[in-house]
Design a protein around this ligand. Structure first.
Ligand code: PRP
Length: 218
């Protein structure tokens, strides 16, 4: 992906799922759509817009910053949660304003007392770096962080941890499992990230694309 000809394709990595759908609507609104991508039954992972010399690929969200850091993608669209957790050498250039949610410490109401007492606490999460930074750096408390890969809300219910650090969007997963938000870590939304070398080599095209995206979300 590093040919430097005039005809080089810009490559955009999209985090699979809701963010990718919204991102593609946005790209379509600025004339960078990809008809093929609308076929929901397709298992295809790479889509090309020949006219605009741009291609999109669908990756697992947490892998998007990796593709961008290594230059396999020039640009990535990914949640701020992933940007923070992956902590890669990439530029974060634009808040797209959709995919809004919050990173929170959640648990049963009874766990509030442990948080307030500042006693060591057990925390389950898909986001160990974010959790560690929050408990150790922001709150200056001790926490045992347990990494899980999904269905995090289970953890305090079955006694694996006192609390969880997880994304809260509508709050319905918490409500339906008898848990609540105990503390808020940060607000999150979808971001545009760029490979630092691409930013130099393809500056004009990338800046023009970012400017079009900015105007479209205004
Ligand atoms: C995410 C997150 C919460 C849920 C929050 O999980 O980890 O479980 O969504 O959304 P809500 O506030 O609207 O209920 P996801 O659906 O990505 O699945 P996972 O549990 O496998 O991570």
């Amino acid at each position: 992906m590093s040919d430097n000809t005039e005809n080089r394709y810009l490559t955009v990595a999209l985090g699979k799922g809701r963010l990718a759908d919204k991102a593609m609507d946005l790209f379509e609104s600025i004339g960078f759509g990809c008809e093929e991508m609308k076929d929901k039954k397709s298992r295809k992972l790479i889509f090309v817009n020949e006219e605009k010399k741009i291609r999109f690929f669908l990756a697992k969200g947490p892998d998007v910053p990796t593709y961008v850091e290594y230059g396999a993608a020039d640009i990535g669209i990914v949640g701020e949660d992933t940007v923070l957790e992956e902590s890669r050498n990439i530029y974060e250039v634009l808040d797209l304003g959709f995919g809004k949610c919050r990173m929170c410490v959640c648990g049963p109401a009874s766990a509030k007392a442990i948080l307030d007492s500042r006693r060591p606490i057990r925390v389950a999460t898909k986001y160990p770096l974010i959790a560690r930074n929050y408990f150790y750096d922001q709150k200056s408390t001790t926490a045992e962080i347990i990494k899980l890969n999904g269905s995090i809300e289970l953890s305090p219910i079955v006694g694996l941890s006192d609390v969880i650090v997880d994304i809260v969007e509508t709050g319905s997963t918490l409500r339906e499992n008898g848990l609540e938000v105990l503390e808020e870590v940060c607000d999150l939304s979808a971001r545009v990230v760029v490979n630092p070398v691409s930013m130099r080599m393809e500056n004009k095209r990338i800046m023009s694309l970012i400017s079009d995206l900015k105007n479209a979300i205004r």
